[in-house]
Design a protein around this ligand. Structure first.
Ligand SMILES: C[S@@+](CC[C@H](N)C(=O)[O-])C[C@H]1O[C@@H](n2cnc3c(N)ncnc32)[C@H](O)[C@@H]1O
Length: 358
């Protein structure tokens, strides 16, 4: 059940109208913020410190036209990325985060390089239930089919985004994953092998199997070979949406990280049922996800609601960052239950430890 008490409407009409203008101009101002970052203007102001710098000084030192620097810095005032003191522009805290905060950089590059052009097709995507924006990159049904063939910049930003979020969680979760001394782990949707390689490094005897689409498996194999883990990490390239193909069995742990959000609820049920069929009463299924209702910070919920639209328009047209109750219901329908619930993992993750119902 989705909360029906989220948000309020108690701001003044004046504030509401201002907020509406922020939305109306959001794409323009987004580009302004990015250009302020990418042309080195924010970096210059950071170095100028509390004294700041005037337009002419910034333009001369960065060898940029004064006109362009002027309009960008003035936009920066409304973006609250810079402030004006005696005709000199000074970097603000928000400007500093745009410049230096890794989370902000990863999100901004993901929005620009993966989503920006395609989002023009959001309306068709909603109507058709298909990622209509994806055609800006290629003729694929889902972005996952095309991941390894995306244009270089889009690929780099996609992986930086994906890895940034999961890397934090992985390092934190290793002791938990290995508390029962698992011998065999199935890494479902293991992508380029990061989690499996992390496990192989952490525990010297565990063996792992990665399931993913052939394009990602090829990259995973290269990474595994580079690390010398061919004997401990095996891979299977397949389309996991094919419900007629069972999961391999005999694993102590089935691991699904940032994986189920790539699918519709009906597809998730199919995946969970196949996990169920591959488990016995001692096996554990771990589901690592970011749920929008489980966030401590407004900034995280805001980001997750926006990321859902990436799934709608760019990724597959039918999935999202879920509410935790959606997932718990699906786990239940698949014949499993959540034995433990670990919140506040990594950046904004929740880990469900699931078992078969007795
Ligand atoms: C968001 S990534 C998560 C990767 C990794 N588990 C992590 O936590 O960073 C989702 C993964 O699911 C895989 N995937 C999506 N659809 C798939 C399908 N139909 N069959 C197999 N793998 C699929 C993608 O290729 C991708 O590697």
């Amino acid at each position: 059940m989705i909360d029906n008490t989220v948000g309020s409407d108690d701001k003044s009409a004046l504030q509401a109208k201002f907020d509406a203008q922020k939305i109306a101009f959001a794409p323009v101002m987004f580009q302004a913020a990015k250009v302020l970052r990418d042309l080195g203007i924010l970096e210059y102001l950071k170095k100028a410190g509390k004294k700041g710098a005037d337009i002419n000084t910034v333009a001369t030192n960065l060898k940029l036209p004064e006109y362009g620097v002027k309009v960008l810095l003035e936009a920066g005032l409304s973006l609250e990325m810079v402030r004006l003191e005696n005709d000199r522009f000074v970097l603000t805290k928000t400007g500093f985060f745009i410049l230096r905060d890794k989370l902000t950089q990863v999100n901004m590059d993901f929005v620009n390089d993966v989503n920006y052009l395609g989002m023009f097709h959001l309306q068709e995507s909603v109507r058709n239930g298909k990622p209509e924006g994806l055609k800006v990159f290629g003729d694929w049904q889902t972005i996952y089919e095309g991941l390894s063939d995306l244009p270089e910049q889009a690929k780099e930003s996609w992986f930086a985004f994906d890895h940034y979020y999961s890397d934090y969680a992985f390092s934190e979760l290793m002791p938990l994953v290995f508390e029962g001394n698992p011998e065999k782990i199935l890494d479902v949707g293991g992508n380029t092998g990061k989690f499996s390689i992390w496990c192989a490094e952490y525990n010297k005897s565990v063996s792992l199997t990665i399931l993913d689409l052939p394009g990602q498996i090829k990259v995973a194999q290269e990474n595994i070979e580079q690390m010398g883990y061919e004997n401990r990490i095996s891979t299977i390239g397949l389309d996991l949406l094919d419900n007629s193909v069972p999961f391999p069995n005999g694993f102590n742990i089935i691991w699904m990280s940032q994986f189920l959000d790539c699918f519709s609820q009906q597809e998730i049920l199919g995946l969970l049922k196949r996990a169920y069929n591959a488990m016995d009463l001692n096996s554990v299924l771990y589901i690592l996800e970011t749920y929008w209702d489980k966030q401590r910070f407004e900034a995280s919920t805001y980001s997750l609601h926006a990321i859902s639209l990436y799934f709608t328009c760019m990724a597959n047209g039918n999935s999202q960052m879920y509410h935790s109750e959606d997932m718990i219901n699906l786990v239940d329908k698949a014949g499993l239950f959540v034995e433990e619930n670990y919140e506040d993992v990594g950046i904004s993750h929740t880990l469900f430890k699931c078992r078969k119902k007795k």
